[in-house]
Design a binder for this molecule. Sequence first.
Ligand code: GDP
Ligand code: IMO
Ligand code: MG
Length: 427
Amino acid sequence: MPALVLLGAQWGDEGKGKATDLLGGSVDYVVRYQGGNNAGHTVVVGDQKYALHLLPSGILSPGCTPVIGNGVVVDPSVLFSELNGLNERGVDTSKLLISGNAHIITPYNVTVDKVTERFLGKRKIGTTGRGIGPTYADKINRVGIRVQDLYDESILMQKVEAALDGKNQLLTKVFNRRAIESEQVVEELLTYAEKLRPYVADTVLVLNKALEEDKVVLFEGGQGTLLDIDHGTYPFVTSSNPTAGGACTGSGVGPTKISRVIGILKAYTTRVGAGPFPTELFDEDGEALRRIGHERGVTTGRDRRCGWFDAVIARYATRVNGLTDFFLTKLDVLTGWEEIPVCVAYEIDGKRVEELPYSQTDFHHAKPIYETLPGWSEDITKAKTFADLPKNAQDYVKALEDMSGAPISAIGVGPGRDETIEINSFI
Ligand code: GDP
Ligand code: IMO
Ligand code: MG
């Protein structure tokens, strides 16, 4: 019953899409368990590039069943535009399964996301504006709309009315916007009901049965550990649990079934949106990382903030996720630097700190303590084995492994499926 979790070890955009796609050929199910179309997962297959937001990256592997689990929030308009886009490119999407318990991102959730951010002004989170936070808030407030609600019109109307009651007060009296009509929302949501029906399933049962039959299930995280609502840099986080525990709650598969937890780790660090980022660079090195690494958001088109590798964060990710392995990505981007600084600890109020501080105030004050490792100039994009890497690149990887607390089992040396050095097999 191999069940693997693959998740972001930093602030997202580590290369989860590529890693998932790489394993997609050897797994039976790929499951998204949290988040929604705030994710942007890029997969490069040959000369084709795909940007997936809501759909699991396994959708590109013909033998694999893609699953949207109960923990995901689904914007139906985005779902169908993504499915249509893939169909037009010849990708078969008919195997997709969607949990009837997944929550729906309604148009009013998107509106609330945008007006809340505008209202926060300088204190804004820098969300993707896709309605993620307000949809999870409705879920927790027990006024959410689930996929299954689309199949009972009177229940749907009651639920939309309940959700809009308070929101319309807020929209009209606080945000100075027009009220949203329940009828209009229900009408729009019902247009998706029949189109969605073929995909809706009891995904909890499907996945548990699959594991009983020794099928391989891969859980694909969105976002990353430091964006986790519980374990991330709150409040500058997303509104779900990308960390390993989220794979269980977001899919209905118990923790005893999980055999491997793989952290996707970029060889440097990036972040999109607001919030603390100790190793962030504001100089030419940061600009070069952004340029060479093509660090621009897949979802929002925003430039990503860039900085050196932060081993404190990697150790933290190992701990809170119980990582068994790392998949190190984008090592090729570091080619050409004479020396590469790596953050090994922080200085906080004059003291050396080895672990991520739990206090937000301390983390905001954390200054990186760097060790400098020698760089390499040889092209590494054709490397197939660890031994093919130049000595300094090997030493860089070994140093990161020693600092990060789990073995590095694969190394990305380019965006393509085959631009990967596999050290330990995952399945
Ligand atoms: P995700 O959100 O974690 O799936 O990551 P994104 O797709 O948002 O960002 C990662 C970017 O890096 C994508 O453009 C990938 O094609 C690219 N990428 C992934 N792995 C590698 C790698 O090893 N080397 C290089 N150069 N690019 C990579
Ligand atoms: P993938 O899966 C990077 C960030 C946003 C913002 C914060 C909250 O591609 O790694 P939200 O819209 O989720 O309420 O925004 O989280 N964020 C991401 N940053 N990669 C992502 O996804 C992200 N999804 C959300 O920029 O700071
Ligand atoms: Mg991304």
